[in-house]
Write a protein that binds this ligand. Sequence first.
Ligand SMILES: [Zn+2]
Length: 149
Amino acid sequence: MSSTTTTVTRSLPDPVDPMFADFFEGLARHRIVVRACTACGTRQWPPRPLCLSCHGTEFEPAEVAGEGDDAVVYTFTVVHRGFDPYFSRHVPYAVLVVDLAGLRLMGNLTGADPAALAEIGCGSAVRVAFEDDAGRTFLAFTPAAGATR
Ligand SMILES: [Zn+2]
Protein backbone atom coordinates (compact mmCIF):
# COMPACT_ATOMS: atom_id res chain seq x y z
CA MET A 1 0.00 0.00 0.00
CA SER A 2 1.36 3.36 -0.87
CA SER A 3 0.37 6.78 0.23
CA THR A 4 0.88 10.06 -1.48
CA THR A 5 1.15 13.45 0.04
CA THR A 6 0.01 16.44 -1.91
CA THR A 7 1.34 19.81 -0.95
CA VAL A 8 -1.29 22.46 -1.40
CA THR A 9 0.13 25.94 -1.70
CA ARG A 10 -1.57 29.29 -1.66
CA SER A 11 -2.12 31.03 -4.97
CA LEU A 12 0.13 34.05 -4.94
CA PRO A 13 -0.33 37.43 -6.57
CA ASP A 14 2.28 38.45 -9.09
CA PRO A 15 4.56 40.95 -7.36
CA VAL A 16 6.59 41.62 -10.50
CA ASP A 17 4.56 44.62 -11.70
CA PRO A 18 6.62 47.61 -10.50
CA MET A 19 3.47 49.59 -9.66
CA PHE A 20 2.84 47.11 -6.82
CA ALA A 21 6.43 46.87 -5.56
CA ASP A 22 6.08 49.39 -2.72
CA PHE A 23 2.84 47.72 -1.58
CA PHE A 24 4.38 44.25 -1.35
CA GLU A 25 7.57 45.58 0.26
CA GLY A 26 5.39 47.37 2.81
CA LEU A 27 3.41 44.23 3.56
CA ALA A 28 6.65 42.39 4.32
CA ARG A 29 7.29 45.07 6.99
CA HIS A 30 3.65 44.83 8.18
CA ARG A 31 2.84 48.27 6.83
CA ILE A 32 0.37 49.38 4.19
CA VAL A 33 2.18 51.42 1.57
CA VAL A 34 0.46 52.86 -1.50
CA ARG A 35 1.63 55.29 -4.17
CA ALA A 36 1.16 59.03 -3.82
CA CYS A 37 1.35 61.48 -6.71
CA THR A 38 4.45 63.67 -6.33
CA ALA A 39 2.66 66.62 -7.98
CA CYS A 40 -0.53 66.78 -5.88
CA GLY A 41 -0.10 64.19 -3.11
CA THR A 42 -3.16 62.14 -4.04
CA ARG A 43 -2.80 58.59 -2.77
CA GLN A 44 -4.32 55.89 -4.89
CA TRP A 45 -5.06 52.23 -4.59
CA PRO A 46 -4.91 50.21 -6.68
CA PRO A 47 -1.94 51.83 -8.40
CA ARG A 48 -2.49 53.33 -11.82
CA PRO A 49 -0.07 54.84 -14.34
CA LEU A 50 -1.79 58.26 -14.08
CA CYS A 51 -2.87 60.26 -11.05
CA LEU A 52 -6.66 60.38 -10.93
CA SER A 53 -6.59 64.00 -9.72
CA CYS A 54 -3.96 65.76 -11.87
CA HIS A 55 -2.87 63.13 -14.43
CA GLY A 56 0.65 63.23 -13.00
CA THR A 57 2.88 60.29 -13.80
CA GLU A 58 5.39 60.44 -10.95
CA PHE A 59 4.68 58.68 -7.68
CA GLU A 60 6.35 58.03 -4.36
CA PRO A 61 5.60 55.51 -1.61
CA ALA A 62 3.13 56.66 1.03
CA GLU A 63 2.66 54.67 4.23
CA VAL A 64 -0.99 54.80 5.27
CA ALA A 65 -1.41 52.26 8.07
CA GLY A 66 0.09 49.46 10.08
CA GLU A 67 -0.73 46.62 12.44
CA GLY A 68 -3.76 47.35 14.61
CA ASP A 69 -4.90 50.49 12.83
CA ASP A 70 -8.63 50.98 12.51
CA ALA A 71 -10.62 50.30 9.36
CA VAL A 72 -14.32 50.02 8.58
CA VAL A 73 -15.93 47.28 6.48
CA TYR A 74 -17.32 48.74 3.26
CA THR A 75 -18.52 45.40 1.93
CA PHE A 76 -17.71 41.74 2.41
CA THR A 77 -18.50 38.19 1.47
CA VAL A 78 -18.31 34.99 3.47
CA VAL A 79 -16.87 32.12 1.48
CA HIS A 80 -18.39 28.75 2.36
CA ARG A 81 -17.13 26.70 -0.56
CA GLY A 82 -13.53 26.80 -1.70
CA PHE A 83 -12.81 26.14 -5.33
CA ASP A 84 -9.08 26.48 -4.81
CA PRO A 85 -7.56 23.52 -2.90
CA TYR A 86 -5.68 25.83 -0.54
CA PHE A 87 -8.66 27.98 0.38
CA SER A 88 -11.08 25.07 0.59
CA ARG A 89 -9.22 24.04 3.76
CA HIS A 90 -10.00 27.42 5.32
CA VAL A 91 -13.76 27.77 4.73
CA PRO A 92 -15.73 29.48 6.01
CA TYR A 93 -13.79 32.73 5.83
CA ALA A 94 -14.67 36.33 5.05
CA VAL A 95 -13.16 38.55 2.39
CA LEU A 96 -13.49 42.22 3.26
CA VAL A 97 -13.28 45.47 1.36
CA VAL A 98 -12.51 48.13 3.95
CA ASP A 99 -12.34 51.90 4.09
CA LEU A 100 -9.03 52.99 5.51
CA ALA A 101 -7.29 56.35 5.22
CA GLY A 102 -9.52 57.39 2.32
CA LEU A 103 -8.73 54.23 0.37
CA ARG A 104 -10.55 50.93 -0.20
CA LEU A 105 -8.46 47.86 0.39
CA MET A 106 -9.23 44.15 0.31
CA GLY A 107 -8.10 41.37 2.59
CA ASN A 108 -9.30 38.33 4.46
CA LEU A 109 -10.69 38.45 7.96
CA THR A 110 -8.38 36.47 10.20
CA GLY A 111 -8.51 35.53 13.84
CA ALA A 112 -12.27 35.12 13.75
CA ASP A 113 -14.10 31.97 14.70
CA PRO A 114 -17.11 31.03 12.56
CA ALA A 115 -19.47 32.69 15.07
CA ALA A 116 -17.65 35.99 14.55
CA LEU A 117 -18.29 35.73 10.81
CA ALA A 118 -22.00 36.09 11.52
CA GLU A 119 -21.28 39.35 13.34
CA ILE A 120 -19.39 40.99 10.51
CA GLY A 121 -21.31 43.47 8.44
CA CYS A 122 -21.01 46.66 6.43
CA GLY A 123 -19.82 49.32 8.84
CA SER A 124 -18.17 46.86 11.24
CA ALA A 125 -14.97 48.02 12.88
CA VAL A 126 -11.91 45.95 12.08
CA ARG A 127 -8.19 46.32 12.61
CA VAL A 128 -5.33 45.98 10.17
CA ALA A 129 -3.46 42.70 10.48
CA PHE A 130 -0.97 40.84 8.38
CA GLU A 131 -0.89 37.18 7.49
CA ASP A 132 2.51 35.63 6.88
CA ASP A 133 2.13 32.54 4.73
CA ALA A 134 4.10 30.73 2.06
CA GLY A 135 7.03 33.10 2.47
CA ARG A 136 4.88 36.11 1.70
CA THR A 137 2.81 38.58 3.67
CA PHE A 138 -0.85 39.26 2.90
CA LEU A 139 -3.03 42.13 4.05
CA ALA A 140 -5.70 40.92 6.45
CA PHE A 141 -8.01 42.28 9.10
CA THR A 142 -9.16 41.16 12.52
CA PRO A 143 -12.40 41.99 14.28
CA ALA A 144 -12.02 45.04 16.50
CA ALA A 145 -12.53 44.13 20.14
CA GLY A 146 -16.05 44.96 21.17
CA ALA A 147 -16.91 45.94 17.63
CA THR A 148 -20.52 46.50 16.83
CA ARG A 149 -22.22 47.27 13.60
ZN1 LIG B 1 -1.71 64.17 -8.81
